[in-house]
Design a protein around this ligand. Structure first.
Ligand code: A3P
Length: 313
């Protein structure tokens, strides 16, 4: 049992059959019916594609570059809609987590959907859910920035994520994780259905698709593209400060970004922190030849043009 932390067990749900925790069923309807507002900005993604990076960028654009308010932990400023399905409270009974909490009650608030409902305009919301599991009204109502990334880098990043997020209770090897990833047996998989759902909506005026690779190669250009999409003007000085703020070295030591205080996160220097290597193409040096070959074959079977479009070659 490699994922004791998937708690009630993973289930495939919905027309596209996404892989979620069993507890997702308790929230599926409320998530599907969640009412978006015209002023909302949603950052949507498959995990490990650069979501946190994009959230911090979007939040500062929406909040007049208020670096002082940005000291509040990102997950408080930017509610993660389905957090309750991912962080099941039973995780606090895991011996390793209980020990880290020293008998303290679990941190709250935990009801992410209620928290999001209660927030005033203009809300910034995060989700890893694919479009088919969210309200069909979403793109008619609100703006969505969808971020994606070369899935081979996503796979490696997701492995390290499983090692530091104790609630996943993952005890396998990186090769075993890659097998599960390409067999669509990890949370929010299949990756390809997730990205294709967004890709099919690429002409919707309320959707902007960006990639991790674009963020890496020309961050100021992506900041300006997102700003224009959100109707926010950015001066040269603001652009320079934001670019510095979003640099990996600055994000790595920003306590508002890194959930070091969270009892379900174990920051092990060997695994890398939450903001880890931040490399493009790092999968090649991190994987055995067998896993590399499997990922390459999986790309060829599934990418069908998306790899060329996004430059994942
Ligand atoms: P790696 O594990 O490959 O380093 P998400 O926020 O969707 O979970 O994505 C996490 C990935 O984004 C991690 O990738 C993390 O290191 C990377 N990341 C976060 N902030 C970054 C930044 N400012 N610059 C580059 N990469 C960043």
């Amino acid at each position: 049992k490699r994922y004791s932390g998937y708690l009630s067990g993973a289930v495939a749900i919905g027309p596209q059959k996404y892989y979620m925790q069993g507890i997702y069923n308790d929230y599926a309807e409320a998530l599907y019916e969640f009412q978006f507002r015209p002023s909302d900005v949603v950052v949507a993604s498959y995990p490990k594609t650069g979501t946190t990076w994009t959230e911090e960028l979007v939040w500062l654009l929406l909040n007049n570059f208020d670096y002082s308010q940005a000291k509040t932990p990102l997950d408080m400023r930017f509610p993660f809609l389905e957090a309750d399905c991912i962080i099941d409270r039973r995780v606090f009974e895991f011996p390793e987590v209980a020990e880290r909490m020293n008998g303290e009650p679990p941190p709250g608030p935990f009801d992410s959907l209620h928290r999001a409902r209660d927030l005033p305009d203009r809300r910034a919301l995060k989700t890893h859910l694919p479009f088919s599991l969210l309200s069909p009204e979403l793109l008619r109502t609100s703006k969505v920035v969808y971020v994606t990334r070369d899935p081979r880098d996503v796979a490696v990043s997701f492995y390290h994520h499983h090692k530091i997020i104790l609630s996943h209770g993952f005890s396998g090897t990186i090769d075993e994780f890659i097998d599960d990833f390409i067999e669509d047996k990890v949370l929010y998989s299949p990756f390809w259905s997730h990205v294709r759902e967004a890709w099919e909506k690429r002409d919707e005026p309320n959707l902007l698709i960006i990639t991790y690779e674009e963020l890496k190669s020309d961050l100021p250009a992506v900041i300006l593209r997102i700003a224009s999409f959100l109707d926010v003007s950015v001066s040269d000085a603001q652009l320079e400060t934001l670019t510095k703020h979003l640099h990996i070295d600055s994000m790595r030591c920003n306590p508002a970004i890194n959930p070091d205080h969270d009892p379900i996160v174990k920051i092990d220097p060997h695994e890398g922190g939450f903001v880890r290597k931040g490399a493009v193409g790092g999968w090649r040096s991190s994987l055995s030849e067998t896993s590399q070959a499997k990922l390459e074959a999986w790309m060829r079977r599934n990418a069908q043009g998306l790899d060329q479009h996004f430059g994942w070659t």
